[in-house]
Structures are given as C-alpha cells and as structure tokens.
Ligand binder design. Structure first.
Ligand code: ADE
Length: 230
C-alpha cells in the first residue's frame, strides 16, 4: 500500500510517522508513506502556496495550482484522492477498514482558512473529517487516518486477532484488561480472570463489554440492539 500526504507542514508529520508501529510498517515494506511538500510545486521565488480570499474576509486560502500539479503527478489508476476537512464525512473504524484495502491513498491536508473550492470540485474523490472540531491544519487529521488505516494492513500488527476483538470492530467497547500484580494497592484483578476457565472468561468479557457500551456509548448500543433485535 502507498500513502502520500500533500502538506505544507511535512516536518510536523515526519517524526510521528517514523516512530512505533507506523515506522515498523514502513521498514518492513508493508506501507510506503511519502511526505509531499506542496511548496515543491510552486514556481515563484518565495514558494507561495496561499493567497487572500476573493470577496474579502480573514485569513488565507490555499491556491489550486500546486495541489493540482502534485495530484496529477502522483495519481494513478489505483489512487483515491481524499481531502481532509471538517466538512467531510466523519471518519470511523468502518472507513479505516475500507481504506486499508486501497492500493494508493493521496491525502490533501488543508491549512489556514481553507482551500480553493476548485480543488474540491475538480480533484477530490472524497472528503473526510476526524470529528466535529476545527484543527489548525489537516495534516494532523490525515495522520490520525493513516495511523488507523496502517494498523489494519495485513502483517502490520503481530497478533492478528487483536484487531478483530478491539473496540468498534465488534460494535462493542473493549473489555477491561489486567496484568500483574494480582493485587495493586488494594485493587484486585477480578477473580474470574485468575481462574483460567476460558468459557467463563469469554462470558465475563462479553458481559462487561455490553454493559460498558450501553453505559458509555448509547449510540453504539442502539446500533447493536438493532442488529440483535433486543
Ligand atoms: N482540518 C481541520 N479540522 C479538521 C477535522 N476535524 N477533520 C479533518 N480535517 C480537518
């Protein structure tokens, strides 16, 4: 899988992408991630990527030319061009699973007051938001998407069952986990987990997951009960 970030802040992303699972996935050759600096697609001495908005108003708007040039150079038959914007569809685990099957993602990271509307109309396949809040720039949002997608690429996580059992994949929040010590400052690990009876452990985990989901995420719980019919 290939992933290209189109950004004016490549250095903001560099160290995050080099660390931990994302770094390992790249070193193993499971994903190829490139940071493409939009300033490399400008033609003036000051490498200008933005300009004032037509019609007036505060802030600056990203110009269309560098973004069109970059996408036209990078895009191929298997590419999906995504614009990160608070106006996009909300990114969820189901979207992460869908994107993990793609051959090549191109993520356009907005900044400042916005992006010239012709990018949206003439270049973009889909728009994604990571939530109902406004970030200083879309590079951080793109990083969140790439992290969630990369860990689903086969081979990236060592233990492949962990992806199937975690929160959102099952439609339920994950059950609580414990490790040693069995008693920490008077807080004991639940007895059922220490007995080693697999059937009972599975039932306990399922019960706690359901109860947590009902209490903390009534929206997810409603989806569950739709499916289960109870
Ligand atoms: N750019 C700024 N805020 C954003 C958000 N919430 N999601 C995606 N891109 C953004």
């Amino acid at each position: 899988m290939r992933i290209d970030f189109l950004t004016i802040f490549p250095q903001m992303l560099q160290s995050a992408l080099a660390e931990s699972i994302l770094g390992i996935a790249q070193r193993k050759g499971l994903v190829r991630i490139r940071l493409v600096n939009l300033r490399d697609f400008t033609h003036d001495r000051r490498r200008t990527v933005d300009d004032r908005p037509y019609g007036g108003g505060p802030g600056m708007v990203l110009r269309p030319e560098p973004i069109f040039e970059a996408v036209e150079l990078l895009r191929g038959p298997g590419s999906l061009v995504i614009l990160m914007t608070p106006q996009g569809r909300t990114f969820r685990q189901s979207e992460a699973r869908r994107l993990a099957l793609c051959e090549h993602l191109i993520l356009i990271c907005g900044a400042y007051e916005g992006i010239d509307e012709r990018v949206r109309n003439g270049l973009v396949d889909e728009e994604l938001s990571i939530g109902d809040y406004v970030l200083t720039n879309g590079s951080l949002a793109a990083l969140v998407v790439v992290d969630a997608v990369t860990r689903l690429v086969p081979g990236v996580l060592g233990d492949c069952t962990s992806v199937d059992e975690e929160s959102f994949s099952t439609g339920l929040l994950e059950y609580p986990q414990y490790t040693r010590p069995a008693d920490f400052r008077g807080m004991a690990v639940p007895e059922v987990l220490r007995q080693g009876h697999h059937g009972e452990i599975a039932r306990w985990r399922q019960d706690v997951s359901r109860e947590r989901t009902r209490a903390r995420r009534p929206d997810l719980w409603a989806d569950q009960t739709d499916v289960l019919g109870d």
